[in-house]
Write a protein of this length. Sequence first.
Length: 314
Amino acid sequence: MAPMSSTQQRVDASGEPLRLMAVHAHPDDESSKGAATVAKYIDEGVSVLVVTCTGGERGDILNPKMDTPENWAAIATLRNAEMARAREILGIDQTWLGFVDSGLPEGDPLPPLPDGCFALAPLADSVGALVRVIRQFRPHVVTTYDENGGYPHPDHIRTHEVTMAAVEAAADPDAYPGAGVPWAVLKVYYHMTFHRSRMLALDAAMHEHGLDSPYAERLKDWPDDPAQAARLTTFVPCADYFDVRDQALLAHATQIDPDGFWFAVPRPIQQKVWPTEDYQLAKSRVATSLPEDDLFAGIETHEADRVGTWFYSI
């Protein structure tokens, strides 16, 4: 893990410590999306809470070494334990929203989602559960997935829907009156780390070093998309924390193959070629200038009387 810095705790304009909430669908998502960013902010004295919407009970076992009948029978317990280890490595607080994994339906036609799963839960129930957490933790910044879920898993898409609705409702004194004192989140971001420009750069670097690229097949069928590239607004430099990210990934042993895709590009190449984790600013109640290199840009000097207005909203 990266050594702790001596950086003074970061605070907002009123002197309150900065707070970041990352809303994810399953255990392991917090380690595969934004983990180095989180580790960097923890090191800077920012309070970080990861909200995990489901227990990952219907996830596959993606590490061949863990693919045993015994592990399949204990998958829910294993994923809970893996999350506890990743939580310790990242130094985060974490809470479960309490919904059941929807699974990833496959087939033609797609089978129906299972009864009682997160993606089918009444939106008012899941939004209310997250509103309560937002009002209790009072994050300045929330990160989540875009409208496509980052990839079209029903739980990821639902996480986007729930998060965006909960951010709005948490600030509304008339919404969920029993869920705590209203709180206005100042900025909302979408994770955008897995984008074409990054993969192109890493692919080229692998070839320059005479190594096989894990991205070649994907890039072959991925045309240039200026609209997608234009969504990138925020590039957080966090290469010094890629080792923490990797340790957190490895903690999810049922999901992450240590000999697989996640570690195919040597860390020094990643750190040199693409030393950031990348985001799209979706909403901001504070003035900021794009592109950014900090999720908290504008917050440490924002004017409190502007909290109720979205300066920027896609």
